[in-house]
Design a binder for this molecule. Structure first.
Ligand code: AVJ
Length: 322
């Protein structure tokens, strides 16, 4: 096997300065908010892996079963030589795609991208060991500004699985999709996994599990601020909240201050006041309708070639081409 390479476009310093900017913006806004990408330090990535095993968290297993069913078809249509996976994380579902794409023939290179270098390094090592003929080039970066660093060298398919597209608000989504379209050559493809709008009675518990893992995951962002920005948040004094916003069709995760607090963020020389009960938004996870999302793809220039959904219509895979 060839050892995987890891390209780091986000150094620790870059990460810290991006976090500083985001934290200053979000913590001084009214209402306060933080971007979800800061959940994923080593502990946050580990907590997310635990979330994917929870009985309530259906997206991961639903997408995996769907992918298992249709991956042969995807590989046949795609004929990809390079698979770029945005937000690869632990790359658990990737094995399915890689097996199918290598069975279909031309796949030579796998390019997993993630913000978490720890998750990415482990995934790249495992994949390289499992697929000895495959060149593996990990890219540590932020998926929204990765696109210009993507290697060429063959017909590409960009995969963005897991429903992470839902973390972007509509304007960011439009910009992101247009950015992908722009870097693709005619005929190259995008494979995108998206959670669908379903009954809130199923949806909300997926983001508010009985075991409290999602609560820990949500509060982990405060640990990240404490360790990276020398802040003094007391995470146990914040309560996890998940609400379905029916107007925007997204789940919103928030942290609510259980009492009035003054928090120091020393690295920013910033003092932040929380009123008792004050809520800070930490993530949106948008859910989609097949027609609505196809229209978003079309607006970015893509033609939707095929859409697959699971039997309960909870999750969809879109295959779109430039
Ligand atoms: C990794 C962004 C797909 O939105 O479902 C899981 C993150 N947040 N539980 C999602 C998450 C709360 C997850 N994504």
């Amino acid at each position: 096997m060839t050892a995987p390479t890891l390209e780091i476009h986000l150094s620790d310093d870059d990460l810290t300065s991006a976090l500083r900017a985001d934290a200053r913006l979000g913590l001084t806004a009214d209402p306060k908010w933080l971007p979800p990408k800061w959940f994923y330090d080593a502990r946050g990535s580990e907590l997310f892996e635990q979330i994917t095993e929870l009985p309530e968290y259906y997206p991961t297993r639903t997408e995996r079963a769907l992918l298992e069913r249709v991956v042969g078809e995807i590989a046949r249509v795609a004929q990809a030589e390079v698979l770029v996976e945005l937000g690869a994380g632990s790359a658990a579902k990737t094995r399915l795609l890689l097996s199918a794409l290598t069975a279909e023939g031309p796949l030579k290179t796998y390019v997993p991208q993630d913000v978490s270098s720890s998750a990415l390094r482990a995934a790249a090592d495992e994949i390289a060991a499992e697929f000895p003929g495959l060149a593996v080039h990990g890219v540590v970066s932020d998926f929204t500004d990765t696109l210009h660093n993507l290697p060429g060298g063959g017909r590409r398919m960009i995969a963005f699985l897991g429903g992470t597209i839902g973390n972007l608000v509509p304007a960011e989504r439009a910009e992101f999709l247009a950015g992908i379209y722009e870097v693709l050559e005619p005929g190259e493809q995008l494979l995108l996994g998206a959670g669908l709008v379903i009954d809130p009675a199923v949806l909300v518990p997926a983001y508010d599990d009985a075991a409290g893992v999602t609560s820990e995951f949500n509060r982990n962002v405060l640990h990240v601020l404490n360790s990276r920005l020398d802040a003094d948040f007391a995470p146990e004094k914040f309560e996890h909240i998940a609400v379905w916003d029916a107007e925007h069709e997204w789940i919103e995760m928030r942290l609510a201050a259980t009492e009035a607090m003054t928090v120091r963020v020393r690295e920013l020389d910033l003092t932040v006041q929380f009123a008792a009960g004050e809520q800070m938004r930490t993530e949106i996870s948008a859910k989609f309708r097949v027609d609505g999302f196809s229209a978003e793809l079309a607006a970015a220039g893509f033609s939707t070639e095929q859409v697959w959904t699971d039997p309960d219509d909870r999750f969809a895979l879109f295959l779109a081409a430039r």
